[in-house]
Design a protein around this ligand. Structure first.
Ligand code: SAH
Length: 361
């Protein structure tokens, strides 16, 4: 248990653990062993770290703890997608999703409790922003999923596409990526991580200078300033044009491209004119487009377009040389799909009560 006197090692990068050890007169190299236990073997109890001497283990137990979110609920979809409702130390709830065989195994992580971005078609937006997650809470989702899914030692990708806007919680998100990338721990290479953002511009500019660079996905969703102002309200502050300029400048590795996510709302942004405008906007950007037919939900005032409309839109992009894919929605039966993550901060009936208030069953 974490008490006031314990330092939470889950919040520390390897070098920070080294400094903490040094400060209490323990050789720095033990930090690597600790890191391996926590991340590679999933052991968070210092007494069980058997390659450390007995006295050292006792000393570490008295000074450190490793906070880990607890599983409040675990649901599996018919398609193999698994949604985990996780409870944080202060009782707040977040969701993390496992998406199998895409063809890789993918963990979809949250970066905030709720979200401040108010996108008009997203269920998480209904929660508002409750708080940022810490780096340890972001990485903790990976530790829990690896343990629960018996995946320790297996490869996986990460998408920061759960609850929250990662660039609205910049420092914790970047620290989490550094902890995840550490070769003594999980060694998740940045190329296996995709950060999805509405385009918080100052943070996007900062991201462009990071040594650890994840893949970038931009939630575009509109081709005009007026429409994006309505659908993705942060556009009123950081407009489409500026956003696309920043994308043009964004440093990309040789064969890498920026993914543009485009949620499709029937008769709103799914017309052939929209598709043609999108092609124009993306000129000069190394881009690919991922179409997300709306995952409809009660309280969301839009409809999902027919497959014909989606295919027509996709065809217009493809004919003009834009790489396009349609996101097959996973886990819709357990409300684990994009934009469907919503929780309540109480311990009872998470998610459901809020959905009830919004007129669902
Ligand atoms: N805040 C980040 C991370 C969320 S990623 C971002 O906005 O990029 C989740 C993706 O799903 C985003 O592109 C988001 O716009 C999209 N999305 C939200 N609600 C959706 C819904 N109801 N149906 C389909 N996609 C949705």
């Amino acid at each position: 248990m974490t008490t006031a006197v314990h330092v939470d090692a889950a919040e520390l990068e390897l070098e920070e653990i080294e400094s903490h050890l040094e400060a209490i007169g323990v050789p720095r190299f033990h930090a690597r062993q600790i890191f391996q236990w926590i991340y590679r073997r999933g052991i968070t109890d210092f007494d069980a770290m058997t390659d450390l001497g007995r006295e050292l283990r006792a000393e570490l137990s008295s000074r450190f703890a490793v906070a880990t979110p607890t599983v409040a609920k675990h649901e599996r979809s018919v398609d193999g997608t698994a949604k985990f409702l996780l409870e944080l130390a202060d009782g707040h709830l977040i969701e993390s999703v496992f998406i199998p065989d895409t063809p890789q195994q993918t963990f979809c992580l949250s970066t905030q409790v709720g979200c401040a971005m108010k996108c008009a078609f997203c269920l998480t937006a209904k929660m508002g922003i409750i708080r940022n997650l810490t780096a340890g809470e972001i990485v903790g989702q990976v530790r829990v999923l690896l343990r629960e899914l018996h995946m320790l030692g297996q490869r996986f990708n990460i998408v920061l596409m759960g609850m929250g806007e990662p660039l609205h919680n910049y420092d914790a998100t970047m620290k989490a990526l550094r902890i995840l990338a550490d070769e003594h721990g999980l060694a998740v290479a940045p190329r296996r991580v995709t950060l999805s953002t509405v385009g918080v511009l100052p943070a996007l500019e900062r991201l462009a200078t990071e040594p650890l660079m994840p893949n970038l996905a931009i939630s575009l969703h509109s081709t005009t300033e007026e429409q994006r102002d309505r659908l993705v309200p942060i556009n009123r502050k950081y407009g489409l044009e500026e956003l696309l300029d920043a994308c043009r400048r964004f440093p990309l590795k040789r064969r890498n491209r920026i993914t543009f996510e485009y949620v499709m709302l029937e008769h709103v942004n799914d017309t052939p004119e929209d598709a043609r405008r999108l092609v124009k906007l993306l000129q000069g950007i190394k881009a690919k487009v991922n179409l997300l037919p709306l995952n409809a939900a009660p309280g969301i005032p839009f409809d999902r377009p027919s497959d014909e409309r989606v295919n027509r839109f996709a065809a217009i992009l493809a004919e003009r040389g834009v790489t396009v894919s349609v996101r097959r929605s996973r886990g819709r039966d357990i409300r684990a799909a994009c934009g469907q993550l919503i929780t309540e901060s109480t311990r009872q009936a998470p998610g459901q009560r809020l959905a009830d208030k919004m007129g669902t069953k």
